[in-house]
Design a protein around this ligand. Sequence first.
Ligand SMILES: [Zn+2]
Length: 76
Amino acid sequence: MSEQTTASAPWPDGVIARYLTVVDATVDVRGGGDYASMTCLGCGLHYSAFNETRTRELAQGHAEKCRAMPRPAMTA
Ligand SMILES: [Zn+2]
């Protein structure tokens, strides 16, 4: 059985931090310093108005409670 999970997949370019949600999606943080952004790959939540420290906090907090599933590549 393959164990290729989201957590072990290569990070996209520009991602500086990544938080795993309870449903195996990730919240990716890009940028740094005064201008960072985060995107939840589960529900699509996006913030880009905060610095890196605050953005990391938001991303981690969101990852702990987000239960949205990533949109499947193929729909039935
Ligand atoms: Zn989310």
